[in-house]
Write a protein that binds this ligand. Sequence first.
Ligand code: IPE
Ligand code: MG
Length: 229
Amino acid sequence: MDGNGRWARQRFLPRVAGHRRGVEAVREVVRACRERKIGFLTLFAFSSENWHRPADEVSYLMELFALALEDEVGKLHQHGVRFRVVGDSSRFGSRLTDLIARAEHLTRENAGLALTVAANYGGRWDMVQAINRMLVERPPTGAPISEADLAPFLALSYAPEPDLFIRTGGEQRISNFLLWQIAYTELYFTDTLWPDFDAAAFEEALVAYRRRERRFGRLEASVSQAAAG
Ligand code: IPE
Ligand code: MG
């Protein structure tokens, strides 16, 4: 979700006004996913690298996250959304940690949209934490490990690999978001700034996705056979 700061600067507002407006865009995209019965939405809210921003912006983002949880979790629960946070939560304050734990617990049995917020997350962090957890739970025997051995330890092990990756704000890079999981994901980049990313912009991304031909490294004919079989 990129472009909050630029959205604010275009309006001669402080950067934090862009972040506040960004929460509205989250609300709208979550609603669009629910209406379309999309199963999984993962939002990159705060990267491991965002700590390097000025302290007042970082603390505002944390405060905004906490406020959004207080305001929205009840509604998400009513709508059957299952909410989770992935990332290294060790640096969050106790209030935020508490709110996250309560939200995850409240919504744990919901079968609607699985909404994941990646916060203090990095794709490399995820792979390293997965390896470390695997080493504890399955001490090495000398036999090589496989992709399937590692996969259950990744933070998003409960979710399928994403079909579509959307980056707003004009940059064409991954910036350490899901790395393992996007091996065959369709990538979509748009100049639209995150606060302007509304249901119509989301629809445009879905239209672009539908035009893609996904082959997963195979030839066209063998993919349709695999799909049929
Ligand atoms: C939001 O956009 C991303 C967050 C880390 C919350 P930015 O804050 O990166 O906005 P720009 O890139 O400065 O416009
Ligand atoms: Mg940015």
